[in-house]
Design a protein around this ligand. Structure first.
Ligand code: CP
Length: 341
């Protein structure tokens, strides 16, 4: 397998299947610590804020016996320049080539969180910045959420759904419910969500307003993955009709593709879409759907209190699975014996 986890679509399917099985196994085992990764270390670089990804990876590494350092480029460690041939006379004091090369000599893996620019579509679509990090590193690089993908969330989400339905995910209906958010959010989570649901053989409906389609490259890949798993992928601009008969509602906001053309125009359009919120009324149209959100979530903006505090919300289980999935990912990239305790 590849040394990196930049996106599950870049790895063989058997790596995904094995990691999903391992994440479910970690959930079954509970809080078991081991020394299987003793002597190894991982450096986590957060260019953007995080609660779950940072802490779950720190705890996962610790429970496997590994050392963790967490750094924030530009705050306590040098800001990084990514461009080849850059004349570095600005704020960034270090180039990614040196940073990745140096960390490869201290650590056995590097995790990187680096969100989308939302201004340069080709850079975001190609995940160019995290690819540059991986190109400069001699150890595995784990994507902790890049411009286009969030593979740690993707694995945790699949494990959550699989656990909730006791493995019977094929044929279930998942609605990816676009949600109003005051900020322009990147597409990494929704991109990853459609891919994981497609691999689980689910019937996916993306409920979203005009102008908020996911990238055609992702739609094409997810459509193929769904078809080969016995599922399907469709879109609807009828928010409430899309909820009919759903088994899972996954709420998430993301910026429209117009953000790459004119961010002010996209923001103005988004401000007119506040009714795109998951309410208890909307949930009553479903097949008592499990409610999911990757978190952090804005209460009563993205989803009403009544849904989050109701019996069908599984967002905290979903967050718990972040820890189980991180352990499975560390085992995969370091080729550790999952059964060693
Ligand atoms: N879902 C998720 O990635 O959460 P954080 O941004 O808190 O890491």
């Amino acid at each position: 397998m590849s040394k990196d986890l930049l996106g599950w679509h870049l790895l063989p399917r058997e790596d995904w299947d094995r990691a999903l099985s391992a994440a479910l196994d970690h959930k079954r085992m509970g809080r078991v610590t081991s020394t299987v990764a003793s002597g190894r270390g991982i450096c986590l670089m957060f260019f953007n804020s995080s609660l779950r990804t940072r802490t779950s990876m720190e705890v996962a590494a610790a429970q496997l016996g590994a050392h963790v350092s967490t750094v924030t480029p530009g705050s306590g460690v040098w800001g990084l320049s990514f461009e080849d041939g850059a004349v570095m006379d600005g704020a960034e004091a270090e180039h990614v080539r040196e940073a990745a090369g140096v960390l490869s000599r201290y650590y056995d893996a590097i995790g990187v969180r680096l969100f989308a620019s939302l201004s340069n579509l080709e850079q975001d679509r190609s995940d160019r910045l995290i690819e540059r990090f991986a190109a400069g590193a001699d150890v595995p690089v784990v994507n902790l959420e890049s411009a286009f993908w969030h593979p740690c969330q993707e694995l945790a989400d699949a494990a959550t759904i699989s656990s909730h339905f006791e493995g019977h995910t094929a044929g279930k209906k998942l609605v990816l419910a676009w949600s109003y958010h005051p900020k322009a959010l990147p597409m990494a989570v929704p991109n990853s969500a459609v891919m994981m649901a497609a691999r689980l053989g689910m019937h996916i409906t993306i409920a979203r307003p005009e102008g908020y389609a996911l990238d055609p490259s992702v739609m094409s890949m997810a459509g193929d993955a769904a078809a080969s798993s016995g599922g399907s992928l469709q879109e609807s601009t009828d928010r409430l009709a899309a909820f009919e008969g759903a088994d899972v509602v996954y709420a998430k906001g993301w910026a429209g593709s117009g953000v790459y053309v004119n961010a002010d125009v996209e923001a103005e359009r988004r401000r007119g879409l506040t009714e795109w919120r998951t309410t208890a009324d909307a949930m009553r149209r479903t097949n008592r759907a499990a409610f999911m959100h990757c978190l952090p979530v804005r209460r009563n903006v993205v989803v009403d209190d009544a849904v989050l505090d109701g019996h069908d919300a599984i967002h905290l289980l979903q967050a718990e699975f972040r820890l189980h999935a991180q352990k499975a990912i560390l085992e995969m990239i370091w080729d550790l014996d999952h059964n060693a305790r």
